[in-house]
Design a protein around this ligand. Structure first.
Ligand SMILES: *[C@@H]1O[C@H](CO)[C@@H](O)[C@H](O)[C@H]1NC(C)=O
Ligand SMILES: *[C@@H]1O[C@H](CO)[C@@H](O)[C@H](O)[C@H]1NC(C)=O
Ligand SMILES: *[C@@H]1O[C@H](CO)[C@@H](O)[C@H](O)[C@H]1NC(C)=O
Ligand SMILES: *[C@@H]1O[C@H](CO)[C@@H](O)[C@H](O)[C@H]1NC(C)=O
Length: 347
């Protein structure tokens, strides 16, 4: 602040007579130096309001190096639109969204963003980022937010909490994005996380006991009571069983992306992919005007479910069940341009 004070003293001498002007200069100089101190490159980080919105930046990029990325994302959007069109021609089912369909859409009013969260696709880290973005300075480092706190519903505002006109306004003017992942890799990740780890017994009780009761012949009383040793084959049998979805919607950890985020009804401006997670995430942050000080957290990838792991899990699944399972997740495969996995033996 020293140069700022000198500057002010100099100005004070010059315009001692015009007190009001001096006061104005003083405030301007302080403001200028504060901005320069926080942001020496002069990039606009303090006030997104009044500058270009993420939507404008996405569809009409001013930064030349973002233009190629914009083309890639146009292709991804087209793929979703084309799949939806082809599918609606086939199914002819028409449905209107209700506020209850908008529970997964997290809103950040300050940066005009809407993020549809999909479990098992880096959603903890993206919820942390949304807390930083909408927290008005409450948090600065996403990783200082404990994972369980990122999943407390009250910490984030979702679109279903607004009135209908407010919902429509936000759907029209905010940048809507989601992150997707290869559907079977996501499924194996959900299975490993919920059924092969001992720490969360609520999933074992809620789903494990039911899966074993339905899918395992000669299950022991112990297994029926605990529900903690569900095999992947049994999990798959449960998913393709027509009873399951008739009874209640899938749990969000294995629900299809198109059922969670409704991409045929809500036009997503940006489809991020788990396969290019950091790149796509940092692109979103740049469009939101915060890329210079907020980056997607990098983290250890050692326990991540990989393609090789997924291949191994599917080796034990009969081709009949593989085919039925593919049908359940087919729209997600098509919409987000994932090819049929080479390890599948489809009938
Ligand atoms: C779909 O994936 C293929 C192969 O990975 C790629 O060549 C193509 O550009 C992708 N298309 C879209 C719309 O992303
Ligand atoms: C366990 O799962 C339940 C149900 O989804 C969830 O509410 C709870 O937060 C989870 N607990 C832990 C420790 O992950
Ligand atoms: C179930 O247990 C009985 C008695 O132990 C056995 O005879 C039968 O083969 C078992 N059935 C299956 C499907 O494992
Ligand atoms: C596949 O089945 C075999 C025999 O039942 C079992 O030992 C193995 O653990 C299974 N593999 C996976 C990945 O579930």
């Amino acid at each position: 602040m020293k140069p700022a004070l000198l500057e002010v003293m100099r100005m004070n001498r010059i315009c001692r007579m015009v007190l009001a002007t001096c006061l104005g200069s003083f405030i301007l100089v302080i403001f200028y130096f504060q901005i320069m101190r926080r942001n020496p490159f002069g990039v606009d980080i303090c006030c997104r309001k009044g500058s270009r919105s993420p939507l404008q930046e996405l569809y009409n990029p001013t930064q030349l190096e973002l233009s190629n990325t914009a083309v890639l994302h146009q292709m991804r959007r087209d793929q979703v639109t084309d799949t939806c069109r082809a599918n609606s021609a086939l199914s002819r089912k028409r449905r209107v969204l209700t506020p209850n369909d908008l529970k997964h859409l997290v809103v950040d009013e300050d940066h005009e963003l809407i993020y549809c969260y999909v479990p098992k696709v880096a959603c903890t880290n993206w919820k942390r980022l949304m807390m930083v973005l909408s927290g008005r300075g409450k948090y600065s480092d996403p990783m200082e937010i404990p994972a369980n706190e990122a999943h407390v519903a009250a910490n984030l505002k979702t679109l279903n909490q607004y009135s209908i006109p407010e919902i429509n306004h936000r759907l029209k003017s905010y940048m809507k994005f989601l992150f997707v992942r290869e559907p079977f890799e996501r499924l194996v990740s959900a299975y490993r996380n919920k059924f092969t780890q001992k720490y969360n017994t609520s999933f074992h009780k809620r789903y494990g006991t039911k899966i074993i009761r339905r899918q395992r012949k000669n299950a022991t009383q112990e297994a029926l009571r605990r529900g903690d040793d569900v095999r992947f084959e049994e999990f798959v049998a449960y998913l393709i069983d027509p009873h399951t979805q008739r009874e209640e919607p899938f749990n969000e950890h294995w629900q299809t992306v198109h059922s969670l985020c409704h991409p045929c009804h809500i036009h997503y401006d940006l489809v991020g992919k788990y396969e290019t997670l950091e790149e796509d995430s940092n692109y979103v942050l740049r469009l939101a005007g915060v890329g210079s000080y907020l980056k997607f957290p990098t983290y250890a990838k050692s326990t991540r479910t990989t393609d090789e792991m997924t291949t191994e899990f599917f080796q034990n699944i009969s081709s009949e069940h593989q085919t039925q399972l593919y049908e359940v997740y087919k729209l997600d495969f098509l919409m987000f341009n994932y090819s049929v996995p080479s390890y599948l033996k489809l009938e």
